[in-house]
Design a protein around this ligand. Structure first.
Ligand code: IVH
Length: 677
């Protein structure tokens, strides 16, 4: 230990400087043993004592402050927003294999072998198998061994600078040992352990019980982790315990400039571990498909007992030279695949079957379940009708049944308004015939009108609409624009400020466009694309309202069903009345001239978008396709002309391949569009 010489202030300063350096190193080492190795060698009290000693010394020597000091994990300022970061090396995603049988693995291995030009007599490929952690991808940038930036994945090209929050994660080194490359980006997953998640939610429940405002519990560890990473106040982020696993690299000093090179991915992970990064102990090298299948099964069995959530496993070709040879397709490496686990199934009791009434009166049975925790959320409702929606009831275990349940039949009257429920010929669904007399349909109609893609009344959500309709202050759409501040402020839990916000939002919504207004009316079979086409073709609302079925049929993509539905809607006096009243309330839009039917390259073509495109946002891609005359649909069918697939495309891509539909990536889409221009 140093004996400070009180008569030599300079020497004293030097001694402090040395002590500070030494304390920082000791504390870094203790933190690594505590957080990463889970094997502390000193009691917490000793760590705290050294920590305080360092804090005091640093307070006396502000000139020796350093961002990589263990005292500097928390302390950033609250931000207004996160800065955007361009990733020097894009953050990729991985293709997902949804076939949960051994064939899922075998297909991947066979593809790799084929792409490498191997034959059956060549030896098995060397892979690394890792859990697929259910958290958020993070890129950690170190310059000269010091953490300078942590960025989220974002769209893969641009992420957000969340350095302040990431610094609070004890498992992430602020400073690396001597000898690491000058520039190093470590990529991995930030996640929350299940026990930390439970403890956090317990604290949140106490806060809520104590009446603290704005506090909530979290649905699952992933959501809690995402919330913590995107906290603008780093002091709050510091109270949300996060963990980290490293699984790869981003940018790094090139080999030509003295950067390191590893023969395999596994070697790289071992090096990252030696530099102080947590690397998951379950990561394993595996030879060929057989060992990958064994890994998949072993991890599947351990899954529930792990301290953290995973949603599958990832297989990577181990040799970095072969990885380079295999390369990428769009934003996904050819050398890796994520293998999903089977959807989780749980046993529970159907307590009752409720019938919900949709916007168009459609009756949908919904199972009310005894709450079950499955796939990271508590489920209390499940669909019985529509098999694309999760959660669903997979099967009924008759042998578990107690007593004889009442058989379910679709009610013949609407459970909300009592109107007759009818099934139209050739249709599967029963519908309430109450129309806007039915409060359930009225609520849905208002929400439909107010949604972002229609006239957009910001802040008008389902809770508020429920209240308004139940309180009787709204019966029809135009009533929305007759609401006064007082009527709104009198609603439950509505502060003056929020009431004023709604009034302002309503005022703003009055200036709209014809397609938005038409779509907002909620005419059956008139979606956004049809509304746009109608507006383009006729230019003015009155022309649409006056058009005969024959005239409507002249519009591109409008068939007899849509034409009839439009006519039926506008033939009803009360619907015309609604339109007139809305106009009288000041709802307006620029009207145009009828546009002759231009032929665009995508006229008559239907597109389905799936996955994340490298540069275009979903809405952007949609707008481009529509501008070129195409339509964008939500699901793949035989009628789909093209599927545009980006990163992490899921079942829609599989369906497209099954049906032999042409799949485009973003570049191919842009190429076709270039033809339009
Ligand atoms: S490697 C080149 N390894 O999965 C591939 N990703 O679709 C780069 N993830 O957002 C990623 N566990 O956050 C890799 N062991 C693992 C992973 C993993 C989870 C996440 C990652 C990314 C997504 C990729």
């Amino acid at each position: 230990m140093f004996t400070p010489d009180l008569f030599a202030p300079e020497a004293n300063g030097t001694a402090d400087a040395q002590l500070i350096t030494q304390l920082r190193e000791t504390l870094h080492a203790h933190a690594h043993r505590y957080y990463v190795l889970d094997a502390p060698t000193v009691p917490d009290a000793e760590y705290d004592r050294l920590f305080r000693q360092l804090q005091e010394l640093e307070a006396r020597h502000p000139e020796l402050a350093s961002p990589d000091s263990p005292t500097q994990r928390v302390g950033g300022k609250t931000l207004d927003q996160f800065a955007q970061v361009r990733h020097a090396v894009p953050m990729l995603s991985i293709k997902t294999e949804t076939d949960t049988r051994a064939s899922g693995v075998e297909n991947f291995d066979a593809r790799i072998r084929r792409e490498l030009g191997l034959t059956d007599t060549d030896p098995a490929i060397d892979y690394v198998a890792e859990p697929k952690f259910d958290g958020l991808a993070m890129s950690l940038r170190y310059e000269h061994g010091v953490l300078v930036q942590a960025a989220t994945r974002g769209d893969g090209e641009m992420g957000e600078d969340v350095t302040q929050n990431i610094r609070t994660i004890g498992q992430i080194p602020l400073k690396l040992p001597a000898g690491v490359p000058e520039l190093l980006e470590v990529r991995g997953e930030v996640y929350m352990r299940r026990d930390d998640f439970e403890a956090l939610n317990e604290r949140q429940r106490q806060r809520i019980a104590a009446g603290e405002r704005g506090e909530k519990t979290f649905v699952n560890p992933r959501n809690a982790a995402a919330g913590a990473v995107r906290q603008l106040d780093p002091a709050i982020a510091a109270q949300r315990p996060l963990s980290f696993f490293a699984y790869g690299l981003g940018d790094i000093t090139p080999v030509g400039q003295g950067g390191p090179q590893w023969p395999t991915h596994y070697d790289l992970l071992q090096t990252l571990k030696s530099w102080g990064f947590p690397v998951c102990a379950l990561v394993k090298q595996a030879q060929g498909a057989i060992e990958l299948v064994a890994f998949y099964e072993a991890i599947g069995q351990q899954r529930d007992g792990l301290g953290y959530d995973i949603d599958g496993v990832v297989y990577k070709v181990n040799s970095l030279a072969l990885q380079r040879q295999l390369g990428f397709v769009t934003r996904e490496p050819r050398w890796a695949v994520a293998h999903k686990f089977p959807a989780q199934e749980m046993l529970t009791t159907v307590l009752a079957i409720d019938v919900q009434v949709g916007r168009t009166g459609k009756l949908t049975p919904v199972a009310k379940l005894a709450p079950v925790f499955v796939g990271g959320v508590t489920v209390t409702n499940a669909t019985l009708h529509n098999d694309d929606v999760i959660p669903e009831v997979v099967s009924v275990l008759l042998e578990k049944r107690q007593g004889i349940p009442e058989p379910f039949t679709m009610p013949r009257t609407c459970p909300v308004c009592g109107s007759v429920a009818l099934r139209e010929e050739g249709e599967a669904d029963y519908r309430c015939t109450g129309g806007l007399f039915c409060s359930a349909q009225r609520k849905q109609a208002i929400l439909h009108f107010a949604q972002r893609r229609a006239v957009e009344v910001e802040g008008l959500g389902d809770k508020l609409v429920d209240q308004m309709v139940d309180a009787g202050i709204i019966r029809t759409l135009p009533d929305l624009y007759k609401l006064g501040l007082t009527a709104l402020a009198n609603l439950d839990r509505m502060a003056d400020k929020s009431a004023q916000n709604i009034v302002d939002a309503l005022e703003k919504s009055k200036r709209t466009t014809l397609p938005r207004f038409l779509f907002g009316l909620g005419i059956r079979h008139v979606g956004e694309a049809t509304a746009k086409e109608l507006a383009r073709h006729f230019g003015k609302l009155d022309a649409i309202m006056a058009a005969s079925e024959e005239q409507l049929l002249e519009v591109a993509d409008i068939g007899p069903i849509v034409a009839k539905s439009l006519r039926t809607f506008f033939d009803q006096p009360h619907n015309r009345e609604v339109v007139e009243q809305l106009r009288a309330c000041g709802v307006s839009w620029p009207e145009g001239e009828p546009a002759p039917q231009a032929v665009h390259i995508f006229s008559g073509k239907t597109f389905v978008l799936t996955g994340t495109l490298p540069s275009l946002g979903r809405e952007e891609a949609k707008a481009l396709i529509e501008a070129a005359g195409g339509k964008v649909a939500g699901s793949v069918s035989k009628k789909t002309s093209y599927v545009v697939a980006g990163a992490e495309a899921g079942s829609k891509l599989d369906k497209a391949q099954e049906l032999g539909i042409t799949v485009l990536d973003e570049a191919a889409l842009l190429n076709l569009l270039a033809g339009e221009a």
